[in-house]
Design a protein around this ligand. Structure first.
Ligand code: NAD
Length: 419
């Protein structure tokens, strides 16, 4: 990792980004205070029986940043690195993401401090069901709807949906999104984040006159967002020159075959050691010669320390919070086009929104309709942000944040303060 993990604080960074946009907007201090603070934070410590008979107490969080525009929405992350500040930051970014893409949700996020790679499926299920029970006092189909994030998947969502439904006494599919199709999941949800990243990158490439055919792409992270992005960009005619995961990176200037890399990762657990590819150190994937860089792993990886060495013309942020404000300034100076996380990876929450709508009406759409609707919303979001960036000569992050914050501020204003 590029950042100094001990000093990097995603929440401090999210607030810094917010202040920059609030300043540009000329937002009053009263409104800033209202929008800056998370609305509700739940910390839960709960016991789980391990397979060896021991009982381990886990700590989990659910933070709802803002619910002015609709129910809270946001993923659940399982990782040893989860902190309350990380969850706060991710919840705040969800608020802006839903606002910039124009879907009627507020922002939330959840997480459990755990190491799922060292837990058995049975332990993971018991932990998930107990965490779901603990946070059931704040989640619900009309209040707060979780979804998958790092190290959680459709199976984890199924356990949460089942647990919540057992307590209520009947099935409530709309309490989570990213579920398996068999219990009310949506067509297209699995690929949605990466599909959205591709749509906005196509839009950005067109604006700067860069042909996507043959464009060299480097991707950090090879999970749901990054692995699928590799496949989709490859199908779109790009050349995937580098990819990485926690084990390190691989590089091949003649282009990697994402299907073969995925098979290799499935067999060995990492992309490292892929035949005929050159090995990279973990941060190098951000700096290799390429036209498009897709950070799809974690926060705080493009910093003042390495931003100058980023060679890509377009940086499409599939991950949340990969670029620090200091790095943003450097990238803007160097004429790099950063498609910010709250726009670039909004495809995931957009198809989650479609899933929720389908669950509530118990009427389901085909994949073509989903993809068409997704493309419409992503293009509309991109065009609004690009127009603002052109008009005010600012970077796309500032433009996206200003748009999003102004929408939430307007909703706050028009609803008024209760009582
Ligand atoms: P995932 O758990 O499926 O995959 C994460 C990948 O990143 C893994 O391959 C892991 O090995 C790799 N990784 C972690 N740290 C790394 C590092 N320092 N260097 C290189 N690789 C590293 O998670 P995901 O769902 O793909 O999420 C990745 C990012 O995308 C997160 O920031 C997440 O919040 C964001 N995101 C995901 C979705 C979604 O629908 N899955 C939606 C929006 C945003």
């Amino acid at each position: 990792m590029q950042n100094d993990v001990s000093s990097f604080n995603p929440y401090r960074m999210a607030v810094q980004q917010f202040e920059l946009a609030a300043e540009k907007l000329g937002l009053s201090e009263d409104m800033r205070e209202t929008l800056r603070m998370p609305k509700r934070e739940l910390i839960v410590n709960f016991p789980v029986r391990l397979d060896n008979g021991r009982i381990k107490t886990f700590t989990g969080y659910r933070v709802q940043h803002n619910v002015t525009r609709g129910p809270a929405k946001g993923g659940i992350r399982y990782s040893p690195e989860v902190t309350l500040d990380e969850v706060r930051a991710l919840a705040m970014w969800m608020t802006w993401k839903c606002a910039v893409i124009g879907i009627p949700y507020g922002g939330a996020k959840g997480g459990v401090i755990c190491d799922p790679k060292h837990m058995t499926p049975a332990e993971l299920e018991r932990m998930t069901r107990r965490y779901a029970t603990e946070i059931s006092i704040v989640i619900g189909p009309h209040s707060d709807i979780p979804a998958p994030d790092v190290n959680t998947n459709p199976q984890v969502m199924a356990w949460i949906m089942d647990t919540f439904s057992m307590h209520e006494g009947f099935s409530i599919p709309a309490v989570v999104t990213g579920k398996p199709l068999s219990i009310g999941g949506s067509e297209g949800r699995n690929d949605a984040t990466a599909t959205g990243v591709l749509f906005v990158t196509q839009r950005a490439a067109k604006r700067i006159g860069m042909p996507l055919e043959g464009a060299r792409v480097s991707i950090q992270g090879y999970g749901n967002a990054g692995g699928i992005a590799a496949r989709l960009f490859h199908h779109a005619g790009c050349k995937i020159v580098a990819v990485s995961d926690t084990g390190g990176g691989i590089y091949d200037e003649s282009g990697l075959d994402p299907a073969a890399v995925s098979r290799h990762k499935q067999e060995t657990g990492t992309v490292m050691g892929f035949p005929r590819a050159q090995s990279l150190r973990i941060g190098d994937v951000l700096e290799v010669p390429c036209d498009i860089l897709v950070p799809a792993a974690t926060e705080g990886v493009i910093t003042a320390a390495n931003a100058e060495r980023v060679q890509a013309r377009i940086i499409a942020e599939a991950a949340n919070g990969p670029t620090t404000p200091e790095a943003d300034a450097i990238l803007f100076q160097h004429d790099r086009l950063v498609i910010p996380d709250i726009l670039a990876n909004a495809g995931g929450v957009t198809v989650s929104y479609f899933e929720w709508v389908q669950d509530l009406q118990s009427f389901f759409w085909g994949v073509d309709e989903i993809t068409h609707k997704l493309q419409m919303l992503m293009n509309r979001g991109f065009d609004a942000v690009a127009e603002y960036a052109d008009k005010y000569h600012c970077d796309y992050r500032m433009a996206a944040n200003v748009l999003a914050i102004s929408r939430v501020a307007e909703a706050t204003q028009v609803r008024g303060i209760y009582p």
